[in-house]
Design a protein around this ligand. Structure first.
Ligand SMILES: O=C(O)CCC(=O)C(=O)O
Length: 260
């Protein structure tokens, strides 16, 4: 993570990284998802709230469980846990030994699909697990999101949107902004090509705009925490799930419970 990227991440709460995945990696993931499309689950209506701008009869579809899929389908998703382009960023902002907190999850959206209200940021995050701080030139993040784009997300398509700088806000978000009904000029729609990645603090206010693209939106979401911290219950309630035995030691390291 170079000095420009540290400045931008601290300023805005997110970074867009171009060409993180090869065309082949994107194609392998899309093929694996196509093979499991019968497992896509419609998203609950609660994520649009009462919003007049985000609601739709066309539901988002989510898919999980990729790490446990049969080989070769699990492989590209396991590889993302230890992707060499992403690791230096997470090490810098989360510290060594960071953990997969929850995910991976696919969000798939067809034309006209419902969004997700603006959430996170400022005083909404009273829980330290989702904090953002910068002290003595060092960034400290709690829950941190990496989105890997598997389809084009161009101007006017909708999809991921953030409020730059909102990871440092001090006042409650107006309800009309939460519902994306007012102050749209403060919300930035993120534009990506397949293979790009976006890293953002969960404390950066973000959401999903209604999908207007003719093609299906596909983004893979991985959420990480520092090694000593958990937001979600994790993968290790009593014992590790069986598929962990079949992972590399480097991949398995990411599924460890919080520790000092
Ligand atoms: O659709 C997206 O890219 C954002 C999803 C989101 O807001 C979340 O997982 O918290």
């Amino acid at each position: 993570m170079n000095d420009d990227e540290k400045y931008l991440f601290d300023l805005a709460g997110y970074l867009v990284l171009r060409d993180v995945l090869t065309t082949d990696e994107v194609a392998r993931m899309n093929e694996a998802i196509d093979r499991h499309r019968d497992q896509l689950v419609p998203h609950e209506r609660q994520f649009e709230g009462e919003s007049q701008t985000l609601t739709s009869e066309v539901r988002q579809h989510w898919l999980e469980g990729m790490l446990a899929w049969q080989r070769p389908w699990c492989e590209p998703f396991r590889d993302l846990l230890v992707h060499p382009r992403i690791q230096p960023y997470l090490t810098e902002i989360l510290g060594g030994g960071y953990r997969l907190d929850h995910g991976p999850s696919l969000v798939a959206m067809d034309k006209g699909c419902a969004g997700h209200y603006m959430h996170g940021g400022g005083v909404e995050r009273q829980d330290f697990s989702q904090t953002y701080m910068c002290k003595f030139g060092k960034i400290y993040c709690g829950l941190t999101v990496v989105e890997f784009m598997l389809a084009d997300e161009g101007p006017g398509d909708g999809g991921l949107a953030v409020i730059p700088g909102s990871h440092k806000t001090n006042f409650p978000m107006p309800q009309s902004l939460h519902l994306y009904e007012q102050y749209a000029e403060y919300v930035v729609e993120i534009h990506c090509r397949p293979g790009d990645a976006v890293i953002f603090s969960e404390a950066t206010t973000h959401g999903t705009l209604k999908w207007q693209g003719d093609h299906q939106r596909r983004t893979m979401i991985y959420k990480y925490s520092p090694r000593f911290q958990a937001h979600a219950p994790g993968y290790h309630q009593a014992t590790f799930p069986d598929y962990v035995d079949d992972m590399t030691p480097e991949q398995r390291q990411l599924l460890h419970p919080p520790h000092g």
